[in-house]
Ligand binder design. Structure first.
Ligand SMILES: Cc1cc2nc3c(=O)[nH]c(=O)nc-3n(C[C@H](O)[C@H](O)[C@H](O)COP(=O)(O)OP(=O)(O)OC[C@H]3O[C@@H](n4cnc5c(N)ncnc54)[C@H](O)[C@@H]3O)c2cc1C
Length: 434
């Protein structure tokens, strides 16, 4: 288990149980905590640890084993030998490092190793390519959805995990970061989100039953928090997108929301999210400005020498020390809560393009801040979102203007008029006074 940190609705686990049942063997879930996961800090580890406690208890209920190990005792290969494994089933993550780990591991293993794309509705291999725009992707997605948007099997193992010898496992209630001296602890846990499958299911029920009906009206109003706020749970694999989509459809069938609300929501959850996964899977330079399409690169290069009337350093941005109080509020929401509203994320990244010395630096700074503070950071959605804002990825050219060229611009005045921005600013006061 790497990305899909859950027991319920886990397609990789279902495959492992189906294979175990065929082979007459039990299944054990193995999770190894490393001290240096790229760009992760205490905030992320804390959320992950909360989720691992649910994994442990739900694995026991399901009759599968759960073994948690930590660096330096976290070798998967050694564990496979220890339990004399017949085969290995893993989940997938299109980001560079985990993808590299899988390839290295696959070369070394002498037992079958299968992976399952368990955190999307339609496995990305079905498309095998990326798309320029969402409306190019939509018809392909629509064609595949009936096959994949189905209730997960949640198979029961025929043989319960009951090893004869003692298998060491780190107690999941203890601090999983103990002794990780190089871990960045400067970004602390947040009390806005509790990690884990249980919290994710509660939040989903609350959203589908009571808030989905108003999603269309409220989703672009950062001051009212009218979105599902499920992104941290999706990032850590605490909940399956299939489950969310099925629950949202159920709410519509039960008359709790109009069909248009679920369409609008699923356009984000499946449309934009899975387009982002395809982008990262098929673009090696997904986290740098070099992922830009030729039109965007050309226009940004043409405007590279434009005067930047305001310039800020990364540290000024990080502390929310700009002249723009709406932008500062968004930055503070992210620093304090580990989450920023989508509408503000778009504005936030576009302003970094305006204030950084050049587009390449703007892209890098946006990635650094997003990955550091967002609980849902270090995710294909984050790289695609930043690419959308800074290099017009999955967008079309707009009117030519300074700095941005034909990449879409968002002005503070018009952004701030679309919702109660004064209220939003009051909600997110400065954390680092000048
Ligand atoms: C500059 C920028 C940075 C972003 N960084 C991240 C990030 O690091 N991690 C992350 O998960 N999302 C990121 N997004 C996408 C989006 O802002 C968040 O997914 C969304 O705000 C999460 O809140 P929610 O769960 O309440 O969304 P909802 O509106 O309730 O949507 C439900 C789910 O759909 C998906 N979704 C929604 N909007 C988008 C989108 N524009 N692109 C792709 N998927 C989407 C998310 O998984 C989300 O949880 C970024 C967007 C931009 C413009």
């Amino acid at each position: 288990m790497q990305r899909s940190m859950r027991i319920e609705d886990n397609a990789a686990l279902d495959v492992a149980i189906a294979a175990g049942n065929q082979l007459g063997l039990p299944v054990v879930v193995f999770f190894s905590v490393i001290p240096n996961y790229p760009h992760a800090n205490l905030r992320h580890y804390h959320f992950m640890a909360q989720g691992l406690r649910d994994v442990a208890s739900e694995a026991a209920e399901r009759g599968v084993g759960f073994v948690l190990r930590r660096h330096p005792d976290g070798s998967l290969e050694r564990f496979l030998e220890e339990v004399n494994a017949a085969m290995l089933v893993g989940d997938e993550n299109p980001c560079r490092e985990p993808e590299r780990w899988r390839r290295v591991l696959a070369k070394k293993l002498r037992i079958p190793y299968w992976t399952v794309d368990a955190d999307v509705v339609v496995p990305s291999r079905v498309f095998g390519r990326t798309y320029f725009l969402l409306h190019h992707f939509r018809p392909h997605l629509k064609r595949e959805l009936p096959k994949f948007l189905v209730k997960p099997e949640n198979l029961k193992p025929e043989r319960v995990w009951a090893p004869e010898k003692r298998i060491e496992s780190y107690p999941e209630a203890e601090d999983i970061t103990l002794g990780f001296t190089k871990l960045d602890r400067s970004v602390g846990p947040v009390d806005t989100f509790t990690g884990g499958a249980r919290a994710a299911r509660l939040r989903l029920a609350e959203f589908a039953d009571r808030e989905l009906a108003r999603y269309e009206d409220k989703r672009n109003r950062p001051e009212v928090k009218g979105t599902s706020r499920l992104s941290p749970y999706l990032h850590f694999g605490n909940i399956a997108p299939v489950r969310i989509a099925l629950e949202v459809n159920r709410a519509v069938e039960q008359g709790k929301a109009r069909a248009s609300a679920s369409e609008s929501y699923l356009n984000e959850l499946i449309g934009w999210r899975e387009l982002s996964v395809l982008f990262v899977r098929h673009n090696e330079r997904y986290d740098s400005w070099e992922c830009a399409d030729p039109w965007a690169r050309r226009t940004l290069e043409e405007h590279a020498g434009d005067l930047r009337p305001r310039r800020y350093s990364l540290s000024e941005l990080e502390q929310g020390h700009t002249y723009d109080e709406l932008w500062n509020a968004a930055q503070m929401e992210m620093v304090r809560d580990g989450w920023m509203h989508n509408y503000m994320r778009m504005y936030w990244a576009k302003k970094i393009l305006e204030w950084a010395p050049n587009p390449a630096t703007a892209f890098d700074w946006a990635v650094v801040l997003n990955d550091k503070y967002e609980l849902d950071g270090r995710d294909p959605n984050g790289y695609a979102g930043i690419a959308w804002a800074i290099v017009g990825k999955h967008d079309r050219p707009w009117f030519d203007r300074p700095i941005f060229g034909t990449v879409r611009y968002m002005s503070g005045a018009s952004t701030g008029r679309k919702f109660d921005s004064e209220k939003y600013v009051r909600q997110n006061e400065a954390l680092f006074p000048l």
